[in-house]
Ligand binder design. Structure first.
Ligand SMILES: [Zn+2]
Length: 65
């Protein structure tokens, strides 16, 4: 069943906890959204593991990966 899942991540700049909603169809995608607290651009990477569980990692704009 595909539905949005809620994840909590920490802003790489200010450390504030941010709740994000991830669509299973977004797995493997990367997108940028501004932090609601410090307004700096956070890069979100949506990952799907071998069990099909989604997770989200965040990077600041200066990270190279
Ligand atoms: Zn922030």
């Amino acid at each position: 069943m595909e539905r949005l899942t809620e994840h909590t991540v920490s802003c790489p700049y200010c450390g504030e906890a941010i709740e994000v909603f991830i669509d299973p169809q977004d797995a493997g995608d990367q997108y940028i959204e501004d932090c609601q607290v410090c307004c700096r651009p956070i890069t979100f990477n949506v990952i799907s593991d071998s069990m099909g569980h989604l997770s989200v990692t965040v990077h600041d704009e200066n990270d190279s990966y």
